[in-house]
Design a protein around this ligand. Structure first.
Ligand SMILES: [Zn+2]
Length: 342
């Protein structure tokens, strides 16, 4: 299998560069669209702004759909404070400590991008002694210091910043010689890149998927309602999303994860068994994921009451929803599983 890893990593880096907290995904979706156009794949936008693409398979008796989400964690301005700084409300599930000290961009309604930094309201130990060490990192205890001359609510509002503006965090993306890739929001941009790398593989090798295949680039996964349009003929839905590394999760950054259970559902046994057997037969290194607190686009769809077979696979990622890390090998194993299974 000749998978173009250079393409995958370069595209992943490009996608990570484009801020896309859930609800603010037009620009990143346009980047996905550019790639689909290049490959000559037919696609449509849904009303919610996601993209559904279609690849004709060798047979049409059974239809699969694979999703990857372009949206990420982020925040929204909850309040312009009297000191001119911003209180935020998070988008998606993350710990405020994971973004402490991170640079941010405030995206105003008229299209301005304004720089700032997320800090605890009492950050300097020189001033506050032990308080910065001990205070809880909650939304109320954090604020955005804006890198402009503002110290009052009125001055900040004059910049065009208002309640409801989206705030994105810098990703600090690093691709290392060792093959490790560190970044915020590998979840799920690495999977978007993998899915497009799979399409590139098909096009370059003049291959078709075994079955008719829909690709769904979803844009509200982190807030729990990613996929909303499923053509009637779809029999099986696979969420391409990160696996977990850590205590009891048994993930490995150099292997692909096949999920057995998250906290909301068990995954379809037959599909999981097929995926595991496919991996085994093709010498693809995998782990089986049992996730303590996790949901995928597949979980959300099943909980909507859809009648489908469903699974969740993806590269194992360390420190998910924090400063994440995965390895080139795990990305490659995931794409290999896509090729072998689909
Ligand atoms: Zn995800």
């Amino acid at each position: 299998m000749d998978i173009n890893m250079n393409y995958t990593i370069e595209l992943c880096k490009e996608l990570l560069e484009i801020p896309s907290p859930a609800g603010y995904t037009d620009e990143v979706m346009a980047r996905v669209e550019k790639e689909l156009k290049e490959f000559g794949v037919e696609y449509n936008y849904t009303r919610k702004g996601s993209i559904v693409a279609f690849l004709k398979g060798e047979n049409s008796d059974y239809t699969k759909m694979v999703s990857a989400h372009v949206d990420t964690l982020g925040a929204i301005v909850k309040k312009v404070k009297s000191n001119g700084r911003l209180e935020l409300m998070g988008i998606g599930g993350f710990a405020w400590g994971s973004v402490e000290g991170e640079n941010v961009i405030i995206h105003t309604l008229n299209g301005e991008k304004i720089e700032g930094t997320l800090l605890p309201v009492k950050s300097s130990v020189h001033i506050y002694g032990d308080i910065p060490r001990e205070m809880a990192r909650t939304a109320e205890n954090m604020e955005v210091r804006i890198d402009e001359d503002v110290s009052t609510e009125i001055e900040t509002k004059k910049l065009g910043i208002c309640q409801g503006d989206f705030v994105s965090f810098y990703t600090k993306t690093k691709v290392l010689e060792s093959g490790y890739i560190k970044s915020r929001y590998l979840d799920d941009k690495v999977c978007v890149a993998q899915l497009l790398a799979y399409v590139k593989y098909l096009k370059e090798n003049n291959e078709k998927p075994k079955n008719d295949l829909y690709l769904y680039f979803s844009n509200f996964e982190e807030v729990g309602h990613g996929v909303s349009v499923v053509p009637e003929k779809v029999d099986e839905f696979i969420a391409l999303d990160i696996g977990l590394v850590g205590e009891d999760a048994h993930g490995d950054e150099k292997k692909v994860s096949i999920a057995a259970r998250d906290n909301k559902t068990v995954y379809d046994l037959k599909v999981r068994k097929d995926l595991q057997e496919t991996a085994f037969k093709n010498g693809i290194n995998y782990t089986v994921g049992v996730y303590n607190r996790y949901g995928s686009d597949a979980t959300a769809l099943i909980l909507q009451g859809q009648d489908l077979k469903y699974a969740c696979i993806g590269p194992n990622v360390d420190a998910t929803h924090h400063y994440e890390r995965t390895h080139m090998d795990g990305i490659l194993e995931t794409i290999k599983l896509l090729v072998a299974y689909l």
